[in-house]
Design a protein around this ligand. Structure first.
Ligand code: ADP
Length: 265
């Protein structure tokens, strides 16, 4: 792993929604681990990319999943032509070299995997690598960030209390309509009038949350629709392809969504 590959050279566009940029900077300065909370597609990943660029730190991102083991994070011995050699995992790389480590969708990981971050997420700031009998002290610039979608929470899938209580949290949600339209216009290339219409349709889908939809259309989905429109697809077809079909298989919900869009034109 070349750490230089993890530096962001161009500014990732991020439109602040509240005081999150300042709060993150202060948490970083205090080296307080941070949890980004909110539904999918509302800008958590873009935010941390922007912050890594701002703070000039490399960003190591790990998409967590249920088969992930502690070795996937910390590292393992691998066989090569010269015998066995130790390979740091992404977390160990970030810890040694002072990167921001972003563990995306941490609840997906099994709890026995999640506990490896505990000694890093308190005043000790160490990563024990048992297989090497090594205790790595975190580089002073190392920062631990996790993302967490409270909507997916269940008794089986929730963070342990001892994990949660190690983090400060920043809440992400769908931005106010004008701000969201600005983001959709910027990211997809449609004009503000089209972006506003997409956002209103998105808001209607969010009202169906809990009434057949697990989650409404995210900003990401609205941007997808906008990109199709910017390339000449009609608004109805774009919304169908980018939002209605991916989000639900239920014919009634699909027609409710279609009606919501039609009512806007
Ligand atoms: P999450 O990590 O919350 O699932 P992302 O950060 O991937 O979501 O956001 C999805 C897309 O939405 C991004 O690629 C970006 O285009 C856009 N986006 C959402 N919120 C913002 C924002 N505040 N500023 C800029 N872009 C945003």
């Amino acid at each position: 792993m070349e750490l230089a590959d993890y530096l962001l050279h161009d500014e990732p566009f991020y439109r602040p929604v509240g005081n999150e940029v300042h709060l993150y900077e202060v948490a970083y300065a205090a080296r307080m681990p941070v949890m980004l909370k909110g539904p999918t597609g509302v800008g958590k990943t873009r935010f941390i990319e922007h912050m890594a660029w701002r703070l000039k730190r490399p960003l190591v991102t790990v998409a967590c999943h249920e088969d992930m083991t502690a070795s996937d994070l910390v590292g393992r011995y691998l066989l090569d032509s010269a015998g066995t050699a130790w390979h740091d995992g992404p977390l160990a790389v970030a810890v040694r070299h002072g990167a921001i480590c972003y563990l995306d969708e941490i609840v997906e990981a099994r709890q026995d995997t999640t506990v490896v971050i505990h000694p890093l997420a308190d005043d000790r700031r160490v990563l024990p690598i048992e297989k090497r009998n090594e205790l790595v002290r975190a580089h002073p610039d190392f920062h631990l960030v996790i993302s967490y979608n409270p909507g997916y929470q269940s008794v089986l899938k929730d963070l342990k209390e001892s994990t949660k209580q190690r983090f400060g949290a920043i809440d992400f949600n769908y931005p106010a309509a004008e701000v969201e339209a600005e983001i959709v216009a910027h990211e997809s290339g449609v004009d503000m009038a089209v972006a506003e219409r997409l956002v209103r349709a998105g808001q209607r889908s969010r009202n169906l949350r809990g009434h057949g939809l697990e989650e409404g259309a995210s900003t990401r989905m609205l941007i997808h629709a906008g990109r199709l429109i910017a390339r000449g697809v009609s608004a109805d077809e774009a919304f169908e392809m980018a939002v209605i079909l991916p989000i639900t298989d239920d014919p009634d919900i699909r027609s409710a969504l279609r009606e919501a869009v039609a009512a806007l034109s």
